[in-house]
Design a binder for this molecule. Structure first.
Ligand SMILES: C[S@@+](CC[C@H](N)C(=O)[O-])C[C@H]1O[C@@H](n2cnc3c(N)ncnc32)[C@H](O)[C@@H]1O
Length: 288
């Protein structure tokens, strides 16, 4: 049977996805997410050229598309994962958790070693006490929603809270699985958590919570879908929203405050503070 143009294109998109995922850094990212990026970011004309090429992998459009999509995935995801030992460390945590009934120094040390495997939590490590003192100054939450959490839930012992229900979201299934394994280990320490896979570019609704964290994620989401922040803020069903942005680029250059004017326009009243490389906004949802 003769294939339709649509089928040809579909085949080539699948070929692009499998080629992109051959690099270990991207191998865990869901196909569906990569497919949407291809459809939105690769020029339609290039996709047609790839489809019509006798050896698509050899075409310059194919090579360029791989480069474009890998660059985006690196910037929004790969660049933050700085150590591959994370799973080994989680096994260590599991083993150690069996020897104690409280979060002892050994357990804290392993937590810190895991936090060091993600760029954002690693940078934040010397400042967690200060951050959470400010964040929980007015409100001691019983429920926390941490959107695109990365490894931030593992900073729990810095929060000085007890009996919290913690919901974390990430957009790669493997990361959600990692977090769920972590939460299952921590249940015996009265830390009740759950991780959900969620692509923030396409949210329908969000679980309600006392406080919602959205750390260092909005600016990269905005580069993929303009005005998505407004949509996300509207969907958040939490009394307090804590949002952060990096204040330096990944290469360490200072970012001008002007770059956040678009965000300042969205929020009216807020409390803000800065640590090295990061600015936080604490917003009361009723003041949005
Ligand atoms: C800079 S990291 C911040 C992680 C964490 N919030 C923190 O500050 O420690 C950005 C996070 O956004 C996640 N992310 C990227 N694109 C996403 C999307 N479309 N939907 C949900 N999360 C996404 C990445 O997996 C990554 O963990």
């Amino acid at each position: 049977m003769v294939k339709s143009t649509k089928e040809y294109k579909r085949e080539k998109v699948n070929l692009l996805i499998s080629q992109i995922k051959r690099k270990k850094e991207f191998s865990n990212i869901n196909d569906e997410f990569i497919e949407k990026l291809i459809v939105n970011k690769v020029d339609e004309k290039d996709l047609v050229k790839i489809s019509n090429h006798s050896k698509p992998e050899k075409s310059k459009e194919f090579k360029q598309s791989i480069k474009t999509i890998r660059k985006i995935l690196h910037d929004i995801y790969g660049v933050f994962n700085i150590d591959e030992n994370r799973s080994k460390l989680l096994n260590e945590l599991e083993k150690e958790s069996k020897n104690t009934n409280n979060i002892n120094d050994n357990l804290k040390k392993i937590h810190i070693n895991i936090l060091k495997t993600h760029k954002s939590t690693n940078e934040r490590l010397p400042f967690y006490d200060e951050i959470y003192q400010k964040v929980f100054h007015e409100l001691k939450p019983k429920t926390i929603l941490d959107l695109s959490s990365g490894l931030n839930p593992l900073s729990y012992h810095f929060m000085n809270l007890d009996g919290v229900k913690y919901i974390a979201t990430e957009f790669v299934d493997e990361d959600t699985k990692f977090l769920n394994k972590y939460f299952s280990i921590m249940k015996k320490f009265n830390f009740d958590g759950e991780a959900l896979t969620l692509n923030l570019l396409e949210i329908k609704d969000l679980p309600s919570s006392d406080i919602c964290f959205l750390f260092k994620t909005l600016d990269s989401l905005e580069t993929l879908k303009k005005d998505i922040t407004k949509e996300i803020l509207n969907k958040i069903n939490s009394k307090i929203i804590v949002i952060s942005f990096p204040t330096t680029t990944l290469s360490g250059r200072k970012i001008s405050k002007k770059r956040l004017i678009w965000f300042d326009r969205l929020i009216k009243e807020y409390f803000t503070f800065e640590i090295k490389n990061e600015i936080f906004y604490i917003i009361n949802k009723t003041n949005l």
